[in-house]
Design a protein around this ligand. Structure first.
Ligand SMILES: [Zn+2]
Length: 457
């Protein structure tokens, strides 16, 4: 049974609730690009998947970057002159500038203010701010909280450590019949933010669970990494695996109510770009396909010119286009079970396309083969043919060894699943043969004809 049919056997509401419940479990953890928060997150993903955890030492050179010191935090607060906590890490982990160095001091409000971050336009939201690569300390608070601060001396405490340690990432490898790989990548470094990127983490985890029970054509590698530095580290340490990546996706921001956006790989015409475009257009409301740009999520690293992998990025609302982005408003109310379930369905449908897309050769190319005597045509003449028979005619006509099933689906405007089912049936009936091996499917090159048939030129 196809992956999508298997997925569709379950109630979307039930799947959505399970995804959402997992996001809710992960939400409170204070994550960062290193440290115990991301470790705990990976351990919880590891409870559901065969996840291998990698620890990379601080100071390790990864291309032009260096794995930073490890950051951990226990507590942080600002106490007003009257001794009351006016900003408290225990109420929201967004209150601390992520990666703040430790500090415990008293200072007047005027000295404290340069270290405070707010969003005046949304005075009840806490911004999410970081300082990974420049040692600094600070607090993020609502603008209203800041306006309420009176002059006087404040006690400032950030009980954190920034010391040599490790960068942690997790990898789940699902072997398929081919060594060629599909890469699914998510960043796992944001603290209590839901859409960015607990939506990606939960959907990727459930997709890996779904695929782990299947007989797969491709091998799948799910990587859960801290943003930017994690993807760079993975690429630096996994050059061979990267060379085996045929298709890939970065998943992020896929739990909100926005319509889908897919940002194409740098290549622009990779099979993943076409597969995702086809699936979104046939299954979702008003999707938008975006051209590649060098800013965004970790597709920036996978699509850097040295690698140029066929990796695109699936989102709903585009990051930065909504005011909730990187604020406390990206919380558990901002993501929804139904949207998470639909995102998982899209990822499943894309996997299905990658798994089933092939080129075939029609073994009876001189006029149409007689489908009726094979029980592949309607029994009563004169009636219009149905969609399934139409799909069979398209597959037979375009199976010339050059067109893939995805090409045929696009050209006929028939959903890939129906085209692929038609091809399965025609193949079983002996009317088609496959023309590509597991390992050459990506080249898209037409095999040379046998020597005796080549024209001399
Ligand atoms: Zn982000």
């Amino acid at each position: 049974m196809s992956l999508l049919k298997q997925f569709d056997q379950r109630s979307p509401a039930e799947v959505g609730e399970e995804l959402y419940r997992f996001a809710r479990e992960l939400f409170p953890i204070c994550r960062s690009i290193t440290g115990d928060g991301i470790r705990r997150t990976l351990a919880m993903i590891g409870d559901r998947l065969p996840l291998k955890i990698h620890e990379v030492q601080s100071g390790t050179a990864v291309f032009d970057w260096t794995v930073p010191k490890e950051w951990n935090i226990r507590d942080a607060y600002i106490k007003a002159p009257d001794g009351k906590r006016v900003v408290d890490f225990k109420k929201s982990n967004l209150h601390v500038l992520n990666y703040s160095m430790p500090i415990h001091a008293r200072m007047p409000l005027s000295d404290l203010k340069p270290h405070l971050f707010t969003i005046p336009k949304y005075p009840d939201w806490i911004p999410y701010r970081t300082s990974y690569y420049q040692e600094n300390w600070g607090f993020c608070l609502t603008h209203n909280q800041m306006l309420a601060l009176q002059d006087g001396d404040y006690e400032v405490c950030i009980d954190s450590t920034l010391a040599d340690g490790h960068l942690t990432y997790g990898e789940c490898y699902l072997p398929g019949r081919s060594d060629d790989e599909v890469l699914i990548s998510c960043h796992a470094c944001h603290p209590s933010l839901a859409n960015d990127n607990l939506s990606g983490l939960t959907v990727a985890t459930f997709l890996a669970q779904l695929l782990s029970g299947a007989n797969l054509r491709y091998s799948y590698r799910f990587v859960f990494v801290p943003g930017t530095i994690g993807a760079i580290t993975w690429l630096a340490l996994n050059r061979e695996a990267a060379a085996r990546v045929r298709h890939g996706l970065v998943l992020t921001g896929i739990g909100d109510k926005g319509n889908f956006h897919y940002k194409k790989s740098r290549r622009g015409d990779a099979e993943i770009d076409r597969a995702m475009t086809h699936v979104l257009k046939n299954n979702t409301e008003s999707p938008e396909i975006l051209e590649f740009s060098p800013y965004g999520y970790d597709e920036r690293q996978y699509c850097s010119p040295g690698f140029n992998l066929a990796v695109g990025c699936l989102m709903r609302s585009v990051w930065g286009s909504l005011p909730e982005y990187h604020t406390s408003a990206d919380n558990l109310d901002f993501i929804h079970p139904a949207q998470l379930a639909e995102s998982l369905r899209v990822c499943t449908a894309v996997s299905d396309v990658l798994e089933r897309n092939r080129r075939y050769c029609n073994l009876s190319p001189y006029c149409e083969p007689q489908l009726g005597r094979r029980n592949l045509y309607r029994s009563v003449g004169g009636e219009p043919i149905g969609a399934e028979i139409n799909a069979r005619l398209w597959v037979l006509n375009l199976s010339d060894g050059e067109h893939s099933l995805l090409d045929i689906a696009d050209r006929s405007a028939i959903p890939f699943a129906m085209i692929s089912d038609a091809a399965d049936l025609l193949f079983e009936s002996g009317l088609l043969k496959t023309v590509q091996s597991e390992h050459t499917h990506e080249t898209g090159r037409r095999p040379l004809p046998p020597a005796e048939n080549r024209k001399s030129s």
